[in-house]
Design a protein around this ligand. Structure first.
Ligand code: ZN
Ligand code: ZN
Length: 459
């Protein structure tokens, strides 16, 4: 048995791992796109999405969750001739066609016939599984797998493989969520994992003030809106956008009874979700409320609508989007705009940044991880020095205020990653650390080693 890592080893994007059971039997875990400056060992990057490894032995692809850096290369996998099953959770099966449609239209073709044909093929190959249910995988040697809730985004899972011949249990963490994440319950550690492949996005950091995140968000937005202008929040369409809406609904709900000026801000602020995709995903989040955590379900029971409120506007068409950007640019009207992509690597947020970064009334609020080489990371780096960034080859000065709230990360932090391992009943013989910047991977390895685990940094 062997595990090959085709992505998310020198960074956090491009997740793609291959569990090789024998010379003629293997499985892929995720097939994601690279973002920003990150590339695979063989040079595949965000412009070069072709599958650059042999897929002739791959019997099935298991998808941990629907973020583009975990599924973005599926169209290329299919183009390369992959005909096996695409296995994911039931909620992921709802989200995946939409995500892939978007990915194809952005990078491959807008030809409706081609896109539809491709989606039909995907749906045929897809197998949706319930959590906690063993499933026998295709292949000569008996291998079973099951999905467990990962608490990262709706439908996210970590994957347990049981390889009968060697009696070994191999676990791939995918992206792990954290306690106190809005909407979703935190993941539980597996009972057994002989080999564990684990993400390390925040392997070197603790999310401070996670419990106070809502207060922090409220304070930052109130401060930001004191001078009018727009608050821009770059956010992934799936997961982060819904978490933010959930938090904003709560803040607005609680400010209803306040009398002072700040409560007033909340009663009149426009919240604009500028992403047709995010709007659709928000609908799915609403439909799949069975998967929510207790707090969220209790709100629903009490008659509240945690993912919608009166001041919420959705911008769908491109024309509307252009109008919204220009309107906010010329009027400086206070508003909160949530738009993708989460790392500002493309998507509608880029147009807002181009127009509004040079305006001192603008505030940009980062609530998620910004990978190296992305526009988001550049803004974080150069804004404090009074610098500038390049957008569409144009120099754009940063006069806007920039904030980063770490309590909103949808990823486990160092302590959560340690707990995930120490709570495994039978300790793993080997831990492979992936999906992190170098210093994060090394810091986590150091912690695991201190605890007596055999942990390797994959690169
Ligand atoms: Zn993710
Ligand atoms: Zn990820």
């Amino acid at each position: 048995m062997d595990i090959l890592h085709h992505g998310a080893v020198d960074g956090v994007t491009g997740s793609c791992h291959q569990l090789v059971v024998s010379d003629c039997q293997s499985y892929l875990i995720d097939c994601g796109a690279f973002q920003g400056a990150e590339v695979s060992a063989k040079g595949a990057g965000h412009n070069q999405l072709e599958i650059e490894f042999d897929i002739s032995t791959v019997q099935a692809l298991i998808v941990t969750h629907c973020h583009i850096d975990h599924v973005g290369r599926i169209p290329y996998l299919i183009a390369a001739g992959f005909k096996g099953a695409i296995i994911c959770s039931r909620a992921s099966a709802r989200l995946l066609p939409l995500v892939l449609q978007d990915a194809i239209e952005l990078s491959l073709t807008r030809n409706k016939n081609l896109v539809d044909g491709f989606l039909r093929r995907i749906e045929k190959q897809m197998i949706a599984l319930d959590y906690k249910t063993w499933f026998t995988l295709p292949g000569n040697q008996p291998v079973a797998m099951r999905l467990q809730r990962a608490g990262h985004i709706l439908g996210s899972a970590y994957v347990e493989f049981d390889i009968k011949q060697t009696d070994s249990r191999v676990v791939f963490s995918g992206d792990l969520g954290a306690p106190y994440t809005p909407l979703l319950p935190a993941p539980q550690a597996p009972r057994r994992a002989d080999i564990l492949v684990i993400e390390s996005t925040y392997g070197d950091r603790l999310h401070e003030k996670r419990k106070q995140r809502r207060q922090q968000l409220k304070r930052v937005i109130e401060r930001a809106l004191a001078n009018k202008g727009t608050v821009l929040i770059p956010a992934f369409s799936i997961g982060r956008t819904q978490e933010l809406l959930y938090e904003l609904e709560d803040i607005i709900h609680k400010s209803k009874h306040g009398q002072h000026g700040k409560a007033n801000i909340w009663q009149h602020i426009d919240v604009i979700v500028d992403s047709p995709l995010a709007a659709k995903f928000t609908e799915y989040y609403r439909e799949l409320s069975l998967l929510w955590d207790e707090e969220a379900r209790a709100k629903l029971k009490s008659g509240r609508h945690p993912l919608s409120f009166e001041q919420l506007y959705t911008v769908a068409s491109h024309d509307e989007h252009v109008r919204a950007v220009n309107y906010l640019h010329s009027t400086g009207k206070p508003a909160i705009v949530i738009a993708a992509s989460g790392m500002c690597a493309g998507g509608r947020i880029v147009n807002y940044l181009k127009q509004l970064l040079p305006d001192a009334r603008t505030d940009v609020l980062f609530v998620g991880y910004q990978a190296q080489g992305t526009l988001g990371r550049d803004i974080q780096t150069y804004a404090p020095r009074g610098g500038y960034v390049f957008i569409d080859e144009q120099k754009v000065e940063i006069k806007a205020q920039i904030y980063t709230l770490s309590g909103y990360s949808a990823h486990a932090d160092q302590q959560d990653l340690i707990n995930f391992v120490t709570r495994i009943n039978k300790p793993p013989q080997e831990i492979r650390i992936v999906h992190g910047d170098n210093q994060a991977k090394l810091a986590l390895q150091h912690k695991y080693s201190e605890l007596g685990f055999n942990a390797r940094v994959m690169s």
